[in-house]
Ligand binder design. Structure first.
Ligand code: PGA
Length: 255
C-alpha cells in the first residue's frame, strides 16, 4: 500500500441477501464501521441491484459508498431488464463493478463489452472497479501476464476519460475466488506491479489509480496482502457478508 493512495475495501455481496438479512448486516456494519475508519479507508458495499434502493437509504451519512455489481453497456432505451449508468447515478451509486470473472465466465461478457460498460460509467460520473484475472489453467500454462495485459489493454481507451481517483482495477485470480485459496502476497504484488506499469505506459496517472486484490480475502490474510507496495485494498466476496469479518478487513487496510 502506498501512502499517496487512499485504501479501498469494497464488499461484493454477489447474488445474496434479502430485505431482512440485509437490514441485519447493515445494522451490524453501522456499529462496527465507525467514522474514524471510513474517513481513512474508502469503504464500499455492492448489494444486488434490486436492493440498491434499500442500501442507499442506509448509507446516508455513514461515509460508506454505495456500489452496483453491473451496468448496461448502453444508455437508456429499449433494453428490457437492463439498468443504465444514469439510473445507478440517480440511486446514489458512487461505484460499479465491471468485468467480474463470474460475468465473464458464466454470462459471456467479452473484453469489448466490459469496455463499453466502463465507458457508460465514466460518462455518468460513476467510479469504476474494473475486474481482471486469470483462470487456473492460464496460470498453470504460464500465461497470466499475457491474459491480464489483454484484459487491461481492452479497457485502456475507455479508461482514458476517467478521473484517476474514480478508476480502480481489481485483480482477482479466478482460481482464488470463493475457493479459500488465496494468491500469495508475492503473487498478488507481481501482477499488481505489472498492471500499474501497463497503465503508466499507456499514459494514465498510474500512481493515482488504486489496484485492489480479490479472491478469498479474509481477516487472517488481509494485512499481508494489503502490505504489498502495489496492493491498495481489496474486493471482498464471501467475507463481506459477515460484519465482523468485513470490518476487520477494512481495519487491515489502515496498515
Ligand atoms: P471471494 O470473492 O472473496 O468470496 O473469494 C471475491 C470476488 O469475487 O469479488
Amino acid at each position: 500500500m502506498h501512502t499517496s493512495r487512499t485504501p479501498m475495501v469494497a464488499g461484493n455481496w454477489k447474488m445474496n441477501g434479502d430485505l431482512v438479512t440485509n437490514e441485519h448486516l447493515l445494522a451490524a456494519l453501522r456499529n462496527t464501521l465507525n467514522r474514524s475508519l471510513t474517513s481513512r479507508v474508502d469503504v464500499v458495499v455492492c448489494p444486488p441491484a434490486v436492493y440498491l434502493g434499500q442500501v442507499t437509504a442506509w448509507v446516508g451519512d455513514t461515509g460508506i459508498g454505495l456500489g452496483a455489481q453491473n451496468v448496461a453497456s448502453t444508455g437508456n432505451g429499449a433494453f428490457t431488464g437492463e439498468t443504465s449508468a444514469a439510473m445507478l447515478a440517480d440511486l446514489g451509486c458512487r461505484w460499479c463493478l465491471v468485468g467480474h470473472s463470474e460475468r465473464r465466465a458464466l454470462l459471456g461478457e467479452t473484453d469489448e463489452l466490459v469496455g463499453l460498460k466502463l465507458g457508460q460509467l465514466v460518462q455518468a460520473g460513476i467510479g469504476v472497479i474494473a475486474c481482471v484475472g486469470e483462470s487456473l489453467a492460464e496460470r498453470e500454462n504460464g500465461i497470466t501476464g499475457e491474459v491480464i495485459s489483454r484484459q487491461i489493454g481492452a479497457l485502456l481507451e475507455s479508461m482514458r476519460a476517467a478521473d484517476p481517483q474514480a478508476l480502480v482495477v481489481a485483480y482477482e485470480p479466478v482460481w482464488a475466488i470463493g475457493t479459500g485459496r488465496t494468491a500469495t502476497a508475492q503473487q498478488a504484488q507481481e501482477v499488481h506491479a505489472q498492471i500499474r506499469s501497463q497503465l503508466r505506459q499507456a499514459g494514465l496517472d498510474a500512481d493515482g489509480i488504486r489496484i485492489l486484490y480479490g479472491g478469498s480475502v479474509k481477516p487472517a490474510n488481509a494485512a499481508e496482502l494489503f502490505g504489498q507496495a502495489d496492493v491498495d485494498g481489496g474486493l471482498i466476496g464471501g467475507a463481506s457478508l459477515v460484519a465482523e469479518d468485513f470490518t476487520a478487513i477494512c481495519r487491515a487496510a489502515l496498515g
